[in-house]
Design a protein around this ligand. Structure first.
Ligand code: HEM
Length: 225
């Protein structure tokens, strides 16, 4: 790592965990409330979030700016790196390559996902109260559902494997034993967070979120655009 990339690399690494990792877990739990509490439970979670003070600034500094920096600088890192360095063990080489591949998938997915959720609310095509029905419309289309499943698993892998790498690069897990233990913990996080997101996708497909689907039909079927 050359001297002048040290600070941006460190910032990129930190932002991946704080605040993006924390936001990511929060997002998994909010969505999971659709599985556990159905329509009402999900609406309660959404309303709870929108009652937070200074929500515009929270979103700006906890989500938009960090993801913009981490995502764009991450693409640059991925573009620059040699995927088959032979520096590590076979498993670590794979993890290194997958960290970059899943970063690129996450980048594309985030743009698409934000377009068909947050931007549609901003354009007045749907509202936060109807967002569950809106998700229903999206994920009941088989192609969209398949893309969501792939992208969600890729993003969760990116976060969990990234957390492992973060603990090493910040000198928190130093020896091989600590790294083995953290590998098991990060694997557990991968499984749990994936399950939370996948169950919420199935919940949004259920009829419970179909009732007001007509409300979202105002701007037609959701496509790639
Ligand atoms: C938006 C698209 C994204 C791209 C293109 C991207 C790209 C990358 C790349 C290339 C790395 C490896 C850096 C290295 O090894 O030096 C990385 C690390 C990481 N990313 Fe992302 N990422 C994205 C989104 C996210 C999101 C949404 C999260 C949070 C859930 C996240 C969490 C992490 C973590 C925790 C690391 C590990 C940091 C470290 O190695 O110390 N990333 N990202």
């Amino acid at each position: 790592m050359s001297g002048n990339s040290y600070l941006p690399r460190k910032l990129h690494s930190l932002l991946g965990v704080i605040p993006l990792g924390l936001f990511f877990i929060e997002h998994a739990l909010t969505n999971y409330s659709a599985f556990e509490g159905g329509r009402e439970g999900f609406l309660d979670s959404v309303h709870g979030l929108h009652k937070l003070p200074l929500i515009f600034f929270l979103e700006m500094f906890v989500i938009w700016l960090p993801i913009l920096f981490h995502g764009v600088y991450g693409l640059y890192i991925a573009y620059q790196s040699n995927l088959n360095t032979g520096r590590f063990s076979y498993g670590r080489n794979w993890a290194f390559a997958l960290q970059r591949i899943t970063g690129v998938i996450t980048f594309i997915f985030v743009i698409w996902h934000v377009w068909n959720t947050r931007v549609q609310v901003a354009l007045g095509h749907t509202t936060y109260d109807e967002i569950g029905n809106h998700m229903h419309q999206i994920v009941t289309q088989p192609l969209n559902f398949t893309l969501y499943v792939i992208a969600v698993i890729a993003a969760v892998f990116h976060f969990s494997n990234g957390l492992w790498a973060f603990l090493v690069s910040w000198g928190i897990t130093v020896g091989p034993r600590a790294q083995r233990v953290s590998s098991n913990i990060c694997m557990g996080i991968f499984v749990i967070v994936s399950v939370l997101f996948l169950l919420s996708l199935f919940a949004f497909r259920s009829d419970e979120f179909a009732s007001a689907a007509a409300a979202g039909a105002a701007f037609g079927p959701v496509t790639f655009g």
